[in-house]
Design a protein around this ligand. Structure first.
Ligand code: FPP
Length: 226
């Protein structure tokens, strides 16, 4: 029997190198990456996969040059405003994981507006990981519960994470050729199938994602059993 794919998560790497290869400035790579976010989100929605989580900005990304950070923030706001129709037309619910407290008011408002507009949608839940780091998420979760629980169980942590409404991740895809998880969904990926692909994110194709989904469906998943 085919494995059911509930939750796919993607580390969208390679925007900068894509731009460099074309003699363009890095921001052009992020712009092309944003277009791919729309294409791949729509594809996953059409395939009736219930959860998609995309690593859009990590807790470590603040260390990039100020100019790049502010470009990524303005791109995010543009995306949240311009893509409303994509979410409505495809019945997609918008969600975030990560600590939103350092974002400015304009960005928070744009995030909340898209969450509000799409809250009754019943198809795909797309989560953007924003100022997200797995260690930060787990640390915040433990701090939330530490004073109220005598003995912390796994499920207490799971239920205190930003991802509490999302199932464990079945598939993690990382584009761009690096083979690491970079502080992404470390708790939720404990039995994920991981696909590292060389394609730079702006070059990713729907076919490539569909092939990964097909490969996943055939894997013998044992979860530690034999
Ligand atoms: C990695 O490329 C990408 C990011 C830092 C974040 C992902 C951002 C996007 C896909 C574009 C914007 C998306 C939204 C939702 C507005 P990199 O810069 O690390 O590439 P490199 O490793 O080649 O330098």
């Amino acid at each position: 029997m085919k494995n059911k794919l509930n939750h796919i998560a993607i580390i969208m790497d390679g925007n900068g190198r894509w731009a460099k290869n074309k003699n363009l400035i890095r921001s052009k790579g992020h712009l092309a990456g944003m277009e791919k976010v729309r294409e791949i989100t729509t594809l996953i929605a059409k395939k009736n996969i219930p959860y998609l989580t995309l690593y859009a900005f990590s807790t470590e990304n603040w260390k990039r040059p100020k100019q790049e950070v502010s470009f990524l923030m303005s791109l995010l706001r543009k995306y949240l405003k311009n893509e409303k129709k994509t979410y409505i037309d495809n019945n997609i619910k918008f969600n975030t994981i990560g600590d939103l407290s350092p974002f400015d008011k304009k960005t928070i408002n744009a995030i909340n507006e898209l969450k509000n507009t799409t809250k009754e949608n019943t198809g795909l839940t797309q989560s953007l990981a924003l100022n997200y780091g797995s260690r930060d998420e787990i640390t915040r979760a433990v701090n939330k519960i530490k004073d109220n629980i005598k003995e912390i169980k796994e499920e207490d942590i799971t239920n205190a994470l930003d991802s509490k409404t999302l199932p464990d991740v079945d598939v993690i895809i990382r584009s761009g050729g690096e083979k690491r998880l970079s502080n992404f969904l470390l708790w939720q990926s404990y039995y994920s199938e991981i696909f590292f692909i060389n394609t730079l994110w702006p070059d990713i194709s729907s076919l490539e994602i569909e092939n990964i989904i097909e490969d996943f469906e055939k894997i013998n998943r044992r979860f530690g059993e034999i």
